[in-house]
Design a protein around this ligand. Structure first.
Ligand code: HEM
Length: 406
């Protein structure tokens, strides 16, 4: 329901404006000053920005990732057919009961892999990547370190050979571009081709793992069981794990290294925080609150209801949950705009909550901690070569590049 133009809750902010995507937090503090939901005119939807409101909305059964019956999503154009096919069984495109069944299988597969036991292998991998860059005078850390680490971890977890990581990255980049809602037709054609290539690789792997299974997630998902997944479902799960699993982790590593290297935070935090594991975990949690990579998720109203006194959301209407704003809510966090790794005021919503809570949450936190600890142990003199800028993509709040020397 579109409010009156004079409404004080109406905001205009072009998400592609460099000042905005480089620092969305200034905009968020204006929203917090209003209090309650705001209508973001450029998108044309109501947004929740406060911590409690976002946290409750993520768990609210009146809000779902899919529209209710009778309100179909716009069809993908035919040139996105394979992309749509691969997305069809994505956990993010399902709600109960289909979501429950698939999520159970994925959760089981994750539990059997025992994320915590991956610490040593992630550290070995981080060290081997640093071996390849330490003799360079400087490097774009995002490209040379933060990118190869998560993609290799997820590929090994799935059981995809390391030699395919380069392909996985380019397929994932091509597919993820379609979620930014700013893609061209060329981008869409590329995303469709990437989906087809990715699907072919996965189908071949599923076939071979059914014949000779090993200790990886694809083998686990492909084994016959009471909740047996179809090949199409396994392909969707694997594609989602890769796409959801690496892009956000790359950018969280980049954003956190940037925080640690910028003098702005030196008073409250030094890299010595990384020496102790518990402190390092707290630092990772605080960096996920302070500068997360994913700021906006949407939900569809399953029924008409009052979101806030005087603001009615119609059945089928889309609203946004601004995770990045919720994490800086001054009503929830003291000194919300300061990076304080020793803060004791609790969790953040960067990994979501409720039904769609991030499957890879513990893996992501482990990867980020191990990446940071290994990096600063090996290159203790690490420093910025130049002030980095964020990429033009509000939906993936991460740096364009991160030039460092040591
Ligand atoms: C810093 C890193 C990460 C961040 C910030 C992040 C954030 C999120 C968020 C906010 C959601 C919920 C979306 C919603 O409610 O609409 C989500 C879901 C998901 N994440 Fe992550 N994630 C990260 C890393 C990972 C990793 C490493 C994996 C897998 C290996 C992963 C797999 C998934 C999957 C499969 C879902 C969908 C769950 C469902 O719909 O049931 N994520 N993530």
């Amino acid at each position: 329901m579109i409010p009156e133009a004079s409404n004080k809750r109406h905001f205009q902010q072009n998400p592609k404006e460099p000042q905005f995507y480089n620092n969305p937090y200034r905009f968020y503090s204006e929203l917090h000053a209003v209090g309650g939901p705001v209508f973001w005119q450029d998108y044309g939807f109501w947004c929740l920005c406060e911590y409690n409101a976002v946290n409750s909305a993520l768990r609210d059964s009146r809000l779902a990732r899919l529209p209710p019956e009778g309100h179909p999503l716009p069809e993908h154009p035919p040139h996105l057919n394979t992309f749509a096919e691969v997305e069809k069984h994505s956990l993010l495109a399902l709600e109960p009961p289909q979501h429950t069944r698939l999520r159970k299988c994925v959760n089981q597969a994750f539990v059997t892999r025992q994320v915590a036991q991956m610490e040593d292998s992630i550290e070995t991998l981080a060290n081997s990547i640093i071996d390849t860059i330490e003799h360079e005078p400087e490097t774009d850390l995002l490209k040379s370190f933060a990118t190869p680490l998560p993609v290799t971890v997820i590929a090994r977890l799935l059981g995809v050979p390391d030699s395919e990581c380069r392909n996985l990255l380019s397929w994932s980049h091509a597919m993820v571009r379609v979620y930014t809602l700013t893609q061209s037709k060329e981008d869409e054609l590329e995303a469709n081709q990437a989906s087809a290539d990715f699907k072919d690789l996965l189908l071949a792997l599923i076939k071979s793992k059914r014949k000779s299974p090993s200790d990886d997630l694809l083998s686990h998902l492909a084994q016959p069981g009471s909740d047996k997944l179809s090949d199409a479902e396994i392909v969707s799960v694997a594609v989602l794990l890769l796409n959801a699993g690496h892009e956000a982790t790359v950018h969280q590593i980049g954003n956190t290294v940037n925080i640690l290297l910028s003098t702005q935070h030196a008073e409250h935090c030094s890299r010595d925080w990384l020496i102790d594991k518990k402190n390092a975990d707290a630092l990772v949690a605080e960096s996920m609150r302070y500068d997360a990579p994913l700021h906006l998720f949407t939900r569809y109203a399953q029924e008409t209801f009052e979101l806030h006194p005087g603001i009615v959301i119609d059945k089928g209407e889309q609203i946004a949950l601004l995770l990045g704003a919720a994490n800086r809510d001054p009503k929830r966090f003291h000194s919300a705009d300061q990076f304080l790794p020793d803060r004791r005021d609790g969790a953040n919503v960067s990994l979501g909550a409720g039904l769609h809570f991030c499957v890879g949450a513990s893996l992501a936190k482990l990867e980020i901690r191990v990446a940071l600890c290994t990096l600063f142990k090996r290159l203790p003199e690490l420093q910025l070569v130049e002030q980095p800028h964020y990429q033009n993509s509000f939906h993936f709040h991460g740096l364009e590049k991160l030039l460092v020397r040591w």
